[in-house]
Design a protein around this ligand. Structure first.
Ligand SMILES: NC(=O)c1ccc[n+]([C@@H]2O[C@H](COP(=O)([O-])OP(=O)(O)OC[C@H]3O[C@@H](n4cnc5c(N)ncnc54)[C@H](O)[C@@H]3O)[C@@H](O)[C@H]2O)c1
Ligand SMILES: [Zn+2]
Length: 361
């Protein structure tokens, strides 16, 4: 096992560590033992992840410490983030005698992470939770920050809670088996962090294109640790999204949500964020916040990493604006955007001139 990077998320008595390594999956057992007593470890995974052996490796490592382990697997994909799956899981936990000294461990992507966290937040009024994210998107984004939840038929992530995990263990080696489009989707979020929040990360990405494209485990370890550090810092400042800091994580997202809805969610989130970030950068150029050189540099990085930069087919301009007006993050019907002011910095602009936007789209 190579060196580990440990990122601390500073949230008072809810503080926890994120361990990032390459080939450190088997470290889960000793990580968990620091939280004894644990009566049972319930592993929640999905049908794809289980095929690659990750959930079993996690289970074996925990079993070696003497903790009783249960393994539950659900159908892969967003369609599992529902109240129906949640009900089945609550009933299964009850049948299997899971008590409040148990810990639920999500091993998989953001779906398993969000759903598992929601179950942990609600079953028996709350049991402990741990995350082992195995998609790039989950490793840099969804496993950090404590937002857990499920979808309603008409609104994603509409029912949920804030639940910080006991810890997060990230093994970059698991990314080797990730389908190409899922990997690129995660990169969309990675670039977002660089462009909008961290100039050093942006430069590091520019300098390591080839290694990123071949999924070099050590380079990924560095990048993922940086992304977690950036998100952890913002979450520590504004855990419940009330102080106006956490919203800065949403660069490109107002556009992205409108594109995702119009594609009926066939466009992966991080790819939508990639296009949305370019739209936001173009808007920022029109608003005089950044210059064309900034925009070109951002587009060059996206293209080098195989990320889309143009609006997807089937996107309607008017509908995009309408959808953005109804975005969950909209306040009082005003269109608000996170716009870049330089490489690595951005701000919330909530009085965007609609005419600039219409030119943009
Ligand atoms: N809580 C948050 O703060 C937050 C933030 C961003 C996104 N999300 C949520 O995350 C979800 C998306 O997460 P996601 O992109 O990880 O999707 P996902 O969980 O559906 O995973 C994508 C696909 O990859 C497969 N997979 C996972 N790990 C693999 C591996 N190592 N090798 C091969 N296949 C693997 C999965 O089975 C699935 O088919 C959405 O529901 C979104 O709402 C939550
Ligand atoms: Zn996102």
């Amino acid at each position: 096992m190579s060196d580990l990077q440990i990122i601390s998320v500073a949230l008072g008595n809810r503080s926890y560590d994120i361990e990032v390594g390459a080939e450190n999956l088997e470290h889960i057992g000793s990580f968990l033992t620091t939280f004894q007593p644990i009566s049972t470890a319930v592993i929640l995974t999905d049908e794809n992840v289980i095929q690659h052996g990750y959930a079993h490796r996690v289970a074996e490592s925990i079993a070696e410490t003497g903790i009783d382990v249960h393994l539950l697997s659900i159908a892969a994909g967003e369609q599992s983030k529902t109240i129906e799956t949640a009900t089945t899981l609550w009933e299964t936990l009850l049948e299997e005698g899971i008590d409040r000294k148990s810990v639920l461990i999500s091993v998989g992507g953001g779906v398993v992470g969000d759903l598992g966290g929601f179950i942990a937040a609600t079953y028996a009024r709350g049991i402990r939770f741990f995350q082992v994210p195995t998609t790039l998107l989950a490793q840099v984004d969804s496993s950090v920050g404590g937002k857990v939840g499920i979808d309603l038929p008409k609104a994603k992530n509409m029912v949920g809670a804030f639940l910080q995990p006991l810890g997060v263990l990230i093994d970059t080696k698991t990314l080797q088996t990730l389908p190409e489009n899922q990997y690129r989707s995660g990169l969309g979020e990675v670039v977002k962090y660089g462009v909008s929040l961290d100039a050093k990360l942006f430069q590091f990405l520019e300098a390591n294109i080839e290694k990123i494209n071949i999924r070099h485990v050590e380079i990924l370890k560095q990048i993922i640790a940086d992304c977690c550090r950036i998100k952890a810092q913002i979450v520590a400042e504004d855990e419940f999204e009330t102080a106006g800091r956490r919203v800065l994580l949403n660069y490109g997202h107002t556009f992205a949500h409108a594109f995702e809805i119009q594609s009926h969610f066939t466009l992966l989130h991080g790819l939508a964020v990639s296009i949305g970030s370019i739209c936001a950068a173009r808007l920022a150029v029109r608003a005089g916040l950044v210059n064309e050189i900034f925009l070109k540099r951002q587009i060059r990085l996206h293209q080098a990493l195989g990320l889309p930069t143009e609006m997807p087919d089937g996107v309607d301009r008017k509908q995009t604006i309408e959808l953005m007006r109804h975005d969950k993050k909209t306040e009082f019907g005003k269109l608000r955007f996170i716009l870049p002011t330089d490489i690595g910095s951005c701000r919330l602009v909530d009085d965007v001139d609609l005419r600039l936007l219409e030119c943009e789209l």
